[in-house]
Design a protein around this ligand. Structure first.
Ligand SMILES: [Zn+2]
Length: 382
């Protein structure tokens, strides 16, 4: 089994007894309410998904990540995980004290030991993480909306929060046990935010020919209007796996984190997270985690050369199409035929057909998947 990032799987979830001891002091502590994105980050730190992080970053680690894409102990890390707040909120807290962290609907679930309260340059953060300070970039926009102050320190999760996707929300500790039970020595992670078409299946199965199992890991959470709903993505993958995958070669579980659209740097971050789940390999496609034209098409693949010590092997895919002459999905490495024989897997074209209630041709999408999309009433985020 692949070693967690940094050597040990972090576990910042307390036992019941310890929880009771901590809760005795908790009533006198100040509290701070997290947004959905920060709440997910806190849960991911606690569950070990962000190992070796044990809390939100302090200044030294943040500066190292921005400057060198490494934590101050030299472990690769590309996206600073930060807890931000406005200045007047920061004034309520003191370094060395503890604070109770609440979910977005006011439920206390975490305790944080405040190590450091500090300020930072948003412009520098944006330029280093996103490679631009263009306000039209959604990540830059989000950065500019952040509070002026940051609070770093170790967190301890006191309570599990209810999760609407509980059935699919395996923790890294659980996926590691599951992969071991299945006898998988090599596992490839696949990230998705879409209903699957045959192009996706081609990528997954190509990778699956030389590893023991595939871990299909949709990113769940905040979406743009017009995106497929989380429920539909999970349902369509469920039916695809049931009908077209060997029973013991595929596992699906979700990743709850907000997309940053940081392209290459996020590709490294996404790999680290999959390594912590127990993956030995991770599929990185064209423009992974990209947005608009901010990153070169294969920048998210090239960046891996800078991280020989990452501890997870990326698998790169170029673009792929259906070739009528080959009679299946292909990429430029295996098909010698010209464009006149090829047909793109156009997500938008398939989508238009599905909205009209039409089943796309079988070489584009599995009929079971198409049928499920057509029959589902709530297809898109509004
Ligand atoms: Zn061909």
């Amino acid at each position: 089994m692949v070693t967690p990032h940094g050597g040990t799987l972090v576990n910042r979830v307390v036992s019941k007894r310890r929880r009771e001891e901590l809760m005795e002091d908790a009533s006198e502590m100040p509290s701070f309410r997290l947004s959905g994105g920060l709440r997910k980050d806190a849960q991911n730190i606690a569950s070990g998904l962000y190992s070796p992080l044990e809390g939100f970053l302090c200044r030294d680690d943040m500066e190292n990540v921005l400057e060198h894409s490494r934590l101050s102990n030299d472990i690769p890390w590309t996206i600073p995980i930060l807890l931000d707040m406005r200045e007047e909120e920061a004034k309520r807290f003191t370094e060395g004290d503890s604070v109770i962290l609440e979910s977005e609907d006011g439920k206390p679930f975490c305790l944080m030991d405040i190590e450091e309260i500090f300020t930072y340059s948003k412009k520098e953060f944006a330029e280093k993480v996103y490679g631009t300070d263009d306000i039209n970039h959604p990540g830059v926009q989000k950065t500019m909306d952040m509070g002026s102050h940051l609070m770093g320190g170790t967190i301890t999760q006191l309570d599990e929060l209810p999760d609407p996707f509980e059935k699919y929300a395996l923790k890294p500790m659980e996926t590691r046990v599951l992969f071991k039970e299945k006898g998988w020595r090599t596992v490839v992670g696949f990230q998705t935010r879409n209903v699957p078409h045959n192009g996706h299946e081609y990528i997954q199965k190509t990778a699956l020919t030389f590893v023991d199992g595939i871990f299909i890991n949709p990113i769940i959470g905040k979406k743009k209007p017009g995106d497929f709903t989380d429920e539909l993505i999970l349902d369509t993958y469920d039916i695809l796996i049931k009908n077209y995958y060997l029973k013991n070669r595929a596992v699906m579980s979700i990743l709850e984190t907000e997309m940053r659209y940081a392209g290459p740097k996020e590709a490294i971050f996404h790999s680290i997270v999959r390594k912590n789940f127990g993956c030995t390999h991770f599929i990185v496609g064209r423009d992974h985690a990209g947005v608009g034209g901010y990153y070169a098409p294969y920048a998210a693949q090239d960046i891996f050369e800078e991280f020989p010590d990452l501890g997870i092997t990326p698998i790169f895919f170029k673009s792929f199409t259906h070739c009528w002459k080959c009679g299946g999905a292909v990429d430029g490495f295996i098909c010698p035929h010209g464009d006149e024989h090829r047909e793109n897997f156009s997500g938008s074209k398939m989508r238009e057909m599905l909205v009209r209630g039409q089943i796309p041709p079988e070489h584009m999408m599995r009929p079971e998947v198409a049928k499920m999309v057509i029959e589902t009433e709530k297809k898109f985020v509004v």
